[in-house]
Write a protein that binds this ligand. Structure first.
Ligand code: ARG
Ligand code: GLU
Length: 712
């Protein structure tokens, strides 16, 4: 009897979608919508997704490929996070127009700033195409044949759906290729910056607070989608007009109470909830290496940024990127350990093996766990070297540049691809010189390359690297000095000339000292690491697909949500706090009082606030943006299952109105990408009332307040 209880508990903690776990397809199964409604949701599944009528999905966009945004007015006004619009904000900033420090608000449509590379994507429709894709494919078919069949069929289906360029379409696997979904998108290419608060609001708390609660960040920025006269996507043009959405989401000033139902609609990037224990074990082993390499880089960058305003502007966006994953990995590591994730998975796997043994039909699954073990044992070394290749070798910007340029010589490309690649390379190079600081980069080189040398065993040191080592007497600063003083890649004129005559000058490029250094690793990698890595990953795919199929079969009576894959999803939960450690309870919201408290710690630069904000606080000039206690709310916690990519996602109340913008998770929650824990997993959102307060009271951008209909 006891044993049965134990196994039942394990299945529940490991795989059942219960409590608020789950990243659901918007075409909601009966089970999900009923559960949502039971928990307080007042709308229907057609309100969320409908192909014949407009629905909430028509107000959600994937922003710039990696974030989410929400349309909030009939004139295509778009809210997303400050950190999502950051590359654009930084791009428009200079020492003279320092929008990072001062913020920016366009006073009219004409002042809204175009962003040539920025796009937003609306999901037009989605469709299960599994039958077409998998027709005639079975377990006995060689993987290469399966692969190429799936590829050709996917391309064909997508091409038809694109309807001669009207849409963008793609077929994507879910459940590791046990099911396939066609996604059809409308992609808008003229998206302009309307406004942003300054860094000390939009990024308030910076890296000190990133991934943490209590939080006080006004992490939002405002854009507008433009369309041609027919309201269709068009390249940027002065004759474009504000986009008229099929549906926009109404901003609500009503707020929330603790335990209120809430849901999130957005584009979560990637989760891996169905990994075997061996995979999690490897992740835990490799994480500390990646963390250490980034710590080294960040120590150097942070010091240089603190010493020089021009370095601060140049490295603001790059630094934020490096620091973000760095901190998340640390939280994830601690969370998986606290959850005892490997042992939980191992326990589950015992139960899985019993389940397999119970029925002869399940014998295809019999060797799965042993296979996983063998593959991960072998993968261990290769995957670690791959991490070092990305996090150490390609960390110095000069080496990264060598690698970007080197990619252009890939002979497999067609002429058209090549032109496109060249154009992109030109942008990469321009950005490189605009945002480069030699001294910083050189220090990074010396540090991380030394770490590579010490932590990766000799047999994986390319010969040329060994030669560099001896020639510079084992001194990595000397090595850096030599490479950085002799390379041509730091000479913009040389690089521009080279780009104009790429084939003729390829010899000169290949002899460049930085390129020689890079290529010694990339050649070694391509020859000795990549093939093995690819082979192992291929086998892993097959096994993981089979494992997923088994899990689906094992959990037939429930609905398992598919891992996030950068497509539109729903997550739902409650507004609620949690207890991160014994003796501590996190309240579900913060207020401007907390901003003032933090700002008094004047040794922390991340907590500096604009004097205008302090003034508004002193006079309690909060307008209509207070809660029913008269406080100005800033951020709140909820138990929605989210991940990277959900940034900028609307957080909606039971009636589908906007109460906040998701921008983060708690540190104690970040392991939810691998294992969800309802007691610890909370997403962090900026309260929409704080967003409006900043737009209205702090920035005086009244025209937007009118546009949002707040005054009505
Ligand atoms: N952690 C959030 C996310 O993953 C916010 C990152 C931006 N903020 C920062 N301080 N780097 O994207
Ligand atoms: N800040 C993340 C993003 O950019 C969201 C936080 C998370 O990973 O949940 O998508």
């Amino acid at each position: 009897m006891k044993k049965i209880i134990v196994t039942v508990c394990i299945i529940i903690t490991t795989f059942t979608a219960f409590a608020d776990e789950g990243i659901w397809l918007p075409v909601l199964q009966k089970y999900t919508i009923e559960d949502m409604q039971k928990k307080g949701f007042k709308l229907t599944s057609q309100d969320i997704y409908d192909i014949n009528n407009s629905s909430l999905k028509d107000a959600i966009v994937q922003f710039d490929g990696g974030c989410t945004g929400v349309v909030v007015s009939e004139n295509g006004l778009l809210f997303t996070n400050h950190h999502c619009g950051y590359p654009q904000i930084q791009e428009h900033s200079s020492v003279e127009h320092n929008y990072l420090d001062e913020g920016f608000w366009a006073e009219s449509y004409n002042d809204e700033l175009p962003n040539p590379k920025l796009t937003v994507k609306f999901l037009y429709r989605m469709e299960d195409v599994t039958t077409q894709i998998l027709q005639g494919i079975d377990d006995n078919m060689p993987e290469t044949v399966r692969d190429s069949l799936v590829k050709t069929r996917s391309l064909k289906i997508a091409k038809e759906a694109e309807d001669n360029g009207k849409f963008d379409a793609a077929v994507k696997p879910i459940y590791y290729g046990n099911q396939y979904i066609l996604y059809v998108y409308e992609v808008y290419k003229d998206v302009r910056l309307v406004g942003t608060p300054p860094d000390n609001i939009g990024k308030f708390g910076g890296d000190t607070d990133n991934w943490m609660w209590p939080r006080h960040t006004g992490d939002f920025s405002v854009f507008r989608i433009y369309a041609n006269k027919e309201n269709k996507p068009a390249e940027h043009s002065d004759s474009n007009i504000p986009y008229k959405p099929k549906q926009y989401i109404k901003v609500s000033l009503d707020g929330y109470e603790e335990n209120d139902f809430t849901f999130i609609y957005g584009f979560p990037g990637r989760t891996q909830e169905y990994l075997p224990s061996y995979a999690v074990d490897m992740l835990l082993k490799h994480n500390p290496h990646k963390i250490k390499l980034r710590t080294q880089r960040l120590n150097i960058i942070n010091a240089d940024m603190a010493n020089d305003i021009s370095v601060r502007i140049k490295y603001a966006s790059k630094q934020a990127n490096i620091a973000n994953a760095w901190k998340k990995w640390q939280g994830e590591y601690l969370g998986l350990q606290r959850l005892d994730a490997v042992n939980k998975k191992t326990e589950f796997e015992k139960h899985f093996a019993e389940w397999v043994a119970k029925d002869n039909h399940r014998s295809v699954y019999k060797n799965l766990l042993a296979d996983f073990k063998q593959i991960y044992d072998e993968l261990d070394t290769y995957s670690l070297i791959n991490d070092y290749f990305n996090e150490a070798i390609k960390a110095p910007e000069i080496i990264k540049l060598a690698s970007s340029i080197d990619n252009i010589f890939d002979k497999k490309q067609t002429k058209k691809d090549n032109d496109e690649a060249l154009k992109q390379l030109q942008t990469t190079i321009n950005n490189f010189f605009k945002n480069y600081n030699l001294a910083t980069d050189k220090k990074i080189f010396a540090e991380v390359i030394q770490t590579y040398y010490s932590n990766i065993s000799n047999e994986y040191h390319p010969d040329i690297f060994k030669k560099f080592y001896t020639e510079n007497n084992g001194n990595f600063t000397e090595m850096a000095n030599k490479i950085y003083s002799e390379t041509n890649l730091l000479n913009q004129t040389w690089v521009d000339n080279f780009l104009n005559d790429i084939d003729l000058k390829s010899g000169e490029f290949n002899n460049d000292i930085a390129v020689v250094f890079y290529k010694s690793f990339s050649d070694f990698h391509e020859k000795n690491i990549l093939p093995k890595l690819q082979e192992l990953n291929k086998t892993l795919n097959i096994k993981q697909r089979l494992y997923m199929r088994a899990l689906l079969e094992m959990n037939k009576e429930k609905v398992l949500y598919p891992d996030a894959n950068s497509t539109l999803r729903i997550a739902y939960g409650k507004v609620e706090g949690f207890s991160p450690v014994d003796g501590t309870i996190y309240k579900h919201y913060t207020t401007i009082d907390g901003i003032m408290e933090k700002s008094r710690k004047d040794d922390i630069a991340d907590y500096k606030i604009p004097s205008q904000l302090a003034k508004l606080y002193e006079t309690k000039d909060f307008g209509k943006y207070t809660n029913n206690k008269g406080e100005l709310p800033v951020a709140f916690l909820a138990s929605n299952h989210t991940t990277g990519g959900n940034s900028g996602s609307p957080v909606l109340n039971a009636s589908g109105e906007l109460i906040g913008l998701n921008f983060d998770r708690c540190w104690e929650s970040t392991m939810s990408d691998v294992m969800f824990d309802p007691d610890y997993c909370r997403n962090i959102s900026v309260d929409i009332r704080y967003v409006l307060f900043i737009i209205d009271k702090f920035s005086g951008a009244k025209r937007l307040i009118d546009e949002l209909g707040i005054n009505k």
